[in-house]
Design a protein around this ligand. Structure first.
Ligand code: N01
Length: 545
């Protein structure tokens, strides 16, 4: 086992009750809760120059949330819910940034956030029961509680393709997009990746590029978003019904404001089922997945949805060869995160867009002027866009050199994959809380719902510790082992592991251990488990005075 390296800096550390890493949805709310509800001294350390987390960095063309705007927001403040008005069914990245900046200023959070501050190391001092963190600039901070609010999808995955350094054109990863945008006008653009991000970017890039070549490794399902400005009556409905909308989001498996229909795909005749899918397609969005209760647990039920969606692709895309490549999908519907789109498949009918199947002929190398695939074909390009996703869930945590008790490093403890108790704590790392950590529903849930639940649970936990004079809380190794089994069992009860190349399993990053990372037992069930643990005096955690 490697011991964690020591801290470099000698500067005295600034001392706080709590340190929070990251100023996205999680970090902002965690700061508010600890500072304004518990009266703690807290500091947020944020690598970016502004708030927003994933939305700060993901400014790629077409970046938009796949959750409906009225559900993609905080619900903790009635006043905030009443004063904020979303403009579209799905909020675009700039609007989400306006929202998060509004929240930051409304709750006067900015003064306790240090921007441009990337945390590099974190060490637990057992004698003092304190965490000390060091930043890239060599600054040191220490606190009783360390809370990571680093997001699940914030470490970019840039494939190591031979020759990229010699490419004479421009290249960008969607998750680190230039703030002043990229002008594609008149350019030959190659985009690698057709996940949720790539599917959002393609139609927008195609509008200005001279030519767009999309390099597809895995064909993907996608449901139309049918994005549109929100009508006044819908805005009124949201304002008048936010307690009921919140209650609904809290009652569902995915934290969205719609329930999964309580019927099996096998209950209906093929004609009736077709009508259900047509209506869901016409309505659009992630709700398609909620058409039947067994789509994610019964392969035959799932096949009915998959067949419908593949047929839709073949109907939309006019060139039969392109349609065949786009609809040759090798995994059940929604076993990878289902994208939703605005004219994605239709974009392949444009004369300036073409599709390359890199499953059949993988990318061999980048040359100074473009991309060469294994079959010898060359693609001349001015710009390469990597829509290649993230080192999800563990990547953002492991990019910080974290060492807990006995100097044990998190990298070592997780060498065979992440192990947590409830996705909230790691055995051996006292007083460290991981908001939406691996082992929690997080990415399988509408994120703000998962985030509010975690932040509130952590806040209540810290209040409990302080009220009882408890200096230290740590997940027990037994409880963590049991929870890892539970996470595996929950995933195996669904079809999700059948997508064996999904980022849920870490399969998109070469060499990453294949472990199903999020908890698939549903958000509502998970909330109940967490509440129960707290009610039983934080069962499974060791509390020491
Ligand atoms: O990333 P992805 P993403 N050669 O990993 C391909 C969330 N999100 O950024 O499938 C060739 O899904 C890869 O191929 P394969 C959402 O949770 C949310 O699109 O691994 N191709 C795949 O096609 C989502 O799931 C919103 O075979 C390579 C693509 O790149 C998550 O972010 C909006 C490759 C990566 O797809 C990640 O989505 C957008 C290689 N070497 C995203 N390496 C919201 O609305 C990778 N690929 C909130």
């Amino acid at each position: 086992m490697t011991q964690g390296s020591t801290l470099r800096g000698t500067a005295p550390s600034a001392e706080f009750d709590a340190l929070i890493i990251g100023a996205g949805f999680s970090g902002l709310y965690q700061l508010f809760c600890l500072r304004d509800r518990l009266g703690l001294t807290a500091r947020v350390l944020e690598a970016g120059d502004g708030v927003g987390g994933t939305w700060y960095w993901n400014r790629y063309p077409g970046a938009r949330c796949d959750s409906e705007s009225h559900s993609y927001c905080y619900t903790f403040s009635k006043e905030l819910l009443e004063e904020w008005e979303w403009s579209e069914r799905y909020p675009e990245q700039p609007e989400i940034m306006r929202y998060l900046n509004h929240v930051t200023d409304r709750f006067d959070l900015r003064r306790d956030i240090r921007f441009g501050t990337r945390v590099t190391t974190a060490r637990f001092d057992e004698a003092a029961n304190r965490w000390t963190v060091e930043t890239e600039a060599g600054e040191r901070y220490s606190a009783t509680y360390l809370i990571t609010a680093v997001g699940c999808l914030s470490s970019t995955n840039i494939p190591k393709i031979q020759g990229l350094d010699d490419f004479k054109g421009e290249w960008y990863h969607t998750g680190l997009w230039p703030h002043d945008g990229v002008d594609f006008t008149g350019k030959r653009v190659g985009q690698i990746g057709t996940g949720s991000t790539g599917i959002q970017a393609v139609p927008v890039i195609a509008e200005t590029a001279k030519h767009l070549t999309v390099f597809q490794r895995t064909a993907n399902y996608s449901i139309p978003a049918h994005n549109a400005p929100l009508k006044p009556e819908f805005k009124r409905y949201v304002k008048e019904n936010h307690p009921a909308i919140r209650a609904l989001m809290h009652s569902t498996a995915n934290g969205h404001p719609f329930a999964i229909e309580d019927r099996s795909a096998h209950d209906l005749t093929p004609e009736q089922r077709e009508a259900v899918y047509e209506a869901a397609w016409a309505k659009g969005g992630l709700q398609f997945r909620a058409s039947f209760r067994d789509l994610l647990v019964d392969k035959a039920a799932n096949d009915t949805a998959a067949d419908f969606l593949k047929r839709k692709i073949r109907e939309i895309v006019k060139d039969p060869q392109t349609a065949a490549k786009l609809s040759d999908i090798d995994h059940p519907f929604a076993t990878k995160r289902p994208p939703i789109d605005s004219n994605y498949f239709d974009t392949y009918n444009r004369p300036n867009v073409s599709l390359v199947d890199v499953r059949a002929a993988p990318i061999e190398r980048v040359t100074p002027t473009g991309i060469v695939t294994r079959d010898g074909a060359t693609y001349d390009l001015d710009v390469i866009v990597f829509a290649t996703g993230f080192d999800a869930m563990t990547g953002p945590l492991l990019s910080i050199d974290i060492a807990g008790r006995d100097g044990r490093s998190l990298k070592d403890v997780w060498s065979a994959g992440p192990r947590t108790y409830l996705g909230l704590q790691v055995a051996g790392f006292p007083n460290l809380f991981t908001v939406t950590g691996p082992g929690s529903p997080s990415v399988l849930c509408n994120m703000p719902v998962a985030i509010e639940q975690h932040v509130e649970w952590i806040t209540d936990c810290i209040a409990h510790l302080r009220a009882g004079g408890v200096k230290r809380i740590e997940a027990s190794a037994d409880a963590a082992d049991r929870w890892v089994d539970e996470v595996n069992a929950a995933a195996n009860a669904t079809l999700l592991p059948l997508a064996n190349h999904s980022w849920y399993l870490g399969a998109n990053v070469p060499g990453k251990p294949r472990v199903f990372m999020p908890y698939a037992g549903g958000m509502a069930r998970y909330r109940g488990i967490c509440n129960d643990v707290a009610a039983k005096g934080y069962e499974g955690f060791v509390l020491s005075r």
